[in-house]
Design a protein around this ligand. Structure first.
Ligand code: NAD
Length: 353
C-alpha cells in the first residue's frame, strides 16, 4: 500500500511525525509493506511552489492507494488566484471523497462528563453549504452589493443517496441504528429531499432502526444523552459542526480521527484544524491523526480483502484506548506526555501487543 504523507500546517508536522512512526511500526508488525512517500501541502508548498497544492501532487495522490493529510491553516487561504487553495477541499472534490466518517467514543480511565458513548458521524463531504466546492467554477458566495452577501447551498439526489448508503452500511457493522440530522423545518426542499432519500435507502436495510432530529435540537440531545446514538448521518456543514462537538464530548478534539472516502480513494485526516495556539509546543494530541491513519488502513483492508490491514486498524484503535487509560497521552486527555513521547510510547505499546 502506497500512502502519500502531507504533514500540513501548525501542529501538523509534529502530529504527523508521530503518526508516521506508528504506520511504520504497524507495517513491520503486521507485514503490510507500507510505502510512505512524503510531500508537502499548505503554507510550505505555497512558499516553495506558489500554491498550497499542485496538479503534480494530485497526480501522485491519484496514483497512490491512500493519503494522510495533516491539518491545514485553511483560514489563511483566501485567494485561489494566488495559489491559496484549501487542500482539504481540493482533495475531497478532486478525488470525490464524499463520505467523511468521524467516530467519537469515550475511553476507560477518562471522566465521561455526559456518560459513556460510542457513535459515528457520517458527514456528506462534497456539497452542501461549502462555497468552495459546490459549484464547478467560481465561488458560490456572492457579494451582491457592498452590504449584501448571498451564499448558496447545493443538495443533490446522488450525494444524499450515497452518503445515506454509507451510513446504513456502517450501521450494519455496529448497533444497527441510524439517526438522520437535518433542518427540514426550514430548508424544506433540500433537507426534505435528504430525509426522503435517507428513508428510501433505509428500506433496503430493514434491520436498521431509523430516527431523525432537527439539527439545533440534536445539539441538546447529543449533549444530554450521547449514548442514545450509533450512526448519525447528515449534510456537510451540520456534520462538520456536530463532529467537533462529539469529539470534544469524548474528551478532546485531539481524539477526533476521521476518514474521507470515495469509491476509489481515501484520505485520513484529523477532525481538527492546525491549532496555531499550541503549534510547535510538543503538546498537541497525536491520537486524532493516529486514529485516522488506522481508519485508512482499515479502509484499504476492506477494499482489498486484506485481513492484515484490518487487524492493524483494530490494533491501533485498541491501543489508543489502552494508552488513554494508562495515561500515556497528552495533557488534553489527562496525560502528562508530550506529542513526541506519546507517539513513542504508543509505538512501543503497539509493537508489544
Ligand atoms: P482547531 O481545530 O485548529 O483548534 C480548536 C481548539 O482545539 C484549539 O484550542 C486547539 O488548540 C485545540 N486542538 C485542536 N487539535 C488539537 C490536538 N490535536 N490536541 C490538542 N488540542 C487540539 O480550530 P481553529 O483554531 O479554529 O482553526 C485553526 C486553523 O485550522 C484555521 O486556519 C482553520 O481554518 C483550520 N482548520 C482546518 C481543518 C482541516 O484541515 N481539516 C479543520 C478545522 C479548521
Amino acid at each position: 500500500m502506497k500512502i502519500i504523507v502531507l504533514p500540513g500546517d501548525g501542529i501538523g508536522p509534529e502530529t504527523m511525525q508521530a503518526t508516521v512512526k506508528v504506520l511504520q511500526a504497524a507495517s513491520s508488525k503486521f507485514g503490510l509493506s507500507l510505502d510512505l512517500e512524503h510531500d508537502i501541502a499548505g503554507h510550505e508548498s505555497l512558499a516553495r511552489h506558489g500554491a498550497t497544492v499542485t496538479p503534480a501532487l494530485l497526480q501522485k495522490v491519484r496514483d497512490a492507494d491512500g493519503l494522510m493529510l495533516g491539518p491545514m491553516a485553511t483560514y489563511d487561504f483566501k485567494d485561489e488566484a494566488k495559489g491559496e487553495i484549501n487542500p482539504s477541499k481540493f482533495f475531497r472534490k478532486e478525488l470525490d471523497l464524499f463520505a467523511n466518517i468521524r467516530p467519537a467514543r469515550t475511553y476507560p480511565g477518562m471522566a465521561a462528563r455526559f456518560g459513556n458513548f460510542d457513535l459515528v458521524v457520517v458527514r456528506e463531504n462534497t456539497e452542501g453549504f461549502y462555497a468552495d466546492r459546490n459549484i464547478e467554477s467560481g465561488g458560490s458566495e456572492m457579494l451582491i452589493t457592498r452590504d449584501v452577501v448571498v451564499s448558496l447551498r447545493r443538495i443533490t439526489r446522488l450525494c444524499c443517496e450515497r452518503i445515506a448508503r454509507a451510513a446504513f452500511e456502517l450501521a450494519m457493522t455496529r448497533s444497527k441504528h441510524v439517526t438522520i440530522v437535518h433542518k427540514a423545518n426550514v430548508l424544506k426542499i433540500g433537507d426534505g429531499m435528504f430525509i426522503d432519500l435517507c428513508h428510501q435507502v433505509g428500506r433496503e436495510f430493514p434491520d436498521v432502526k431509523i430516527d431523525d432530529f432537527i439539527v439545533d435540537a440534536m445539539m441538546a440531545h447529543v449533549v444530554r444523552a450521547p449514548q442514545r446514538f450509533d450512526v448519525i448521518v447528515t449534510t456537510n456543514m451540520f456534520g462538520d459542526i456536530l463532529s467537533d462537538l462529539t469529539a470534544e464530548l469524548s474528551g478532546s478534539l485531539g481524539l477526533g480521527g476521521s476518514l474521507n472516502s470515495g469509491s476509489d480513494h481515501a484520505m485520513g485526516q484529523a477532525a481538527h484544524g492546525s491549532a496555531p495556539d499550541i503549534a510547535g509546543e510538543n503538546i498537541a494530541n497525536p491520537f486524532s491523526l493516529i486514529l485516522s491513519a488506522g481508519m485508512l488502513l482499515g479502509w484499504y483492508g476492506q477494499r482489498k480483502s486484506a485481513p492484515a490491514f484490518i487487524d492493524a486498524a483494530r490494533a491501533i484503535s485498541e491501543a489508543v484506548a489502552q494508552a488513554v487509560e494508562a495515561g500515556e497521552a497528552t495533557r488534553d486527555v489527562g496525560g502528562r506526555l508530550g506529542t513526541k513521547e506519546t507517539g513513542d510510547a504508543f509505538v512501543a505499546r503497539l509493537l508489544a501487543a
